[in-house]
Design a protein around this ligand. Structure first.
Ligand code: GTR
Length: 363
């Protein structure tokens, strides 16, 4: 099915990427196309991201980890502020970090918090809705929107920008290993994470969970009952830039698909965690974007940094997904061998059903 998706290595002018040296230019071209058409342009990075420590104390029930809360402020004509919460393991650092912007839903459970801290990772959490509300209002009055009134970015790009500002700050902390920052998020949060990881090379590991349409899923290849471009733009047009709607029913004319977004992460680490019962998130198409994106990691001789893990069950960011992420991070950052492979094909015994949006017939 790989040939159903746009060729990662073909430049818009018809030329081909022949060597790894030519990849950054192709990466830049894909990035431009994807931002232009799908998400809108992320606002620029601020000249500085300041941090005010609001509170710090040790938490006995979290293995004496230090809980530190900061107010981050991105400088600019209209500064933008939001809160970042850290749990820093006791003991000598520096530590790798797992950062999630999903505290709008809730902070991760105590069970997951403990598993992250026990493995010696900092857990960093923020509320991405402080950067852009998720209420569908066309007003663009809160968060990042008033600071960048000319911007064409949708909420996913604003959320991704929030991840980047957290990274600005994390890189200033002695307790943080600057080469070991991982980001994760679920569903719409996973879409934002994939975009954030694709657009910031300081992020070592990108881990979207059940991110589906507009995330790790595929626009062209759709499993049964999966969310289409028309579906998502009916419900959530404000997540995207204004030009994506031109491609409803014309998905095959998109100059990219979501394997291209994944490929922007290469050769850095990418783990997608998926649920076989989460049909709306298109596990079938997500496997196909994995196979197609793998060509980029292979080309850059970095295949060990690409992983995917399917579990049974439905749409949720479960403790099992977090364990998969920690195992993958341990493999990437500490050379630990995972108990299970990170590229098992879940469709081996039963080839997936899928439909493909074929090009419109002309003439
Ligand atoms: C759904 C949406 C999905 C997914 C999900 C979520 O309603 O159609 O694309 O993002 O919400 O974020 O939980």
């Amino acid at each position: 099915m790989l040939d159903l998706l746009p060729d990662l290595f073909q430049f818009a002018d018809g030329g081909r990427v022949q060597t790894a040296n030519a990849w950054p230019r192709r990466r830049r071209e894909l990035l431009d196309q994807i931002l232009d058409v799908e998400y809108g342009r992320l606002p620029p990075a601020p000249p500085a991201t300041a941090a005010e420590l609001l509170h710090r104390h040790d938490v006995p029930r979290f293995l004496n980890a230090a809980h530190a809360q900061y107010r981050l402020t991105a400088a600019g004509e209209r500064p933008v502020s939001f809160l970042l919460d850290l749990l820093i393991p006791a003991g000598p650092g520096p530590f790798p970090v797992i950062l999630t912007g999903d505290s709008c839903w809730r902070y991760v459970t105590d069970e997951i918090t403990l598993s992250v801290l026990r493995r010696g990772y900092i857990l960093a959490q923020f509320n991405r809705l402080e950067l852009a509300a998720d209420n569908g209002s066309a007003e663009r009055v809160s968060g990042l929107y008033p600071a960048f009134p000319e911007g064409d970015f949708g909420a996913l790009a604003a959320w991704a920008w929030g991840y980047h500002r957290c990274v600005d700050f994390l890189l200033t902390l002695n307790e943080v290993n600057p080469r070991q920052i991982a980001i994760t998020g679920h569903s719409r949060g996973g879409k934002a994470v994939l975009l954030a990881g694709a657009t910031d090379e300081r992020i070592a590991l990108t881990a979207p969970n059940d991110s589906g349409c507009g995330g790790a899923g595929c626009f062209r290849i759709q499993g049964p009952q999966s969310e289409t471009l028309a579906d998502i733009l009916r419900g959530f047009p404000y997540w995207f830039g204004p030009r994506l709607r031109d491609f409803i029913g014309r998905e095959t004319e998109l100059p990219f698909d979501q394997h291209s977004l994944k490929a922007l992460v290469a050769p850095r680490a990418l783990l997608t965690t998926e649920a076989l019962g989460d049909l709306w998130a298109n596990p079938t198409g997500t496997w196909q974007t994995h196979l197609a994106a793998r060509e980029a990691w292979r080309f850059l001789d970095a295949e060990v940094r690409l992983g995917i893990r399917f579990r049974e069950g439905g749409h949720a960011h479960t403790a099992a997904d977090w364990t998969a992420l920690l195992d993958f991070a341990d493999a990437q950052f500490r050379g630990r061998r995972p108990a299970e492979p990170f590229d098992a094909n879940p469709f081996l015994s039963q080839p997936p059903a899928f439909t493909w949006s074929a090009p419109a017939q002309t003439g």
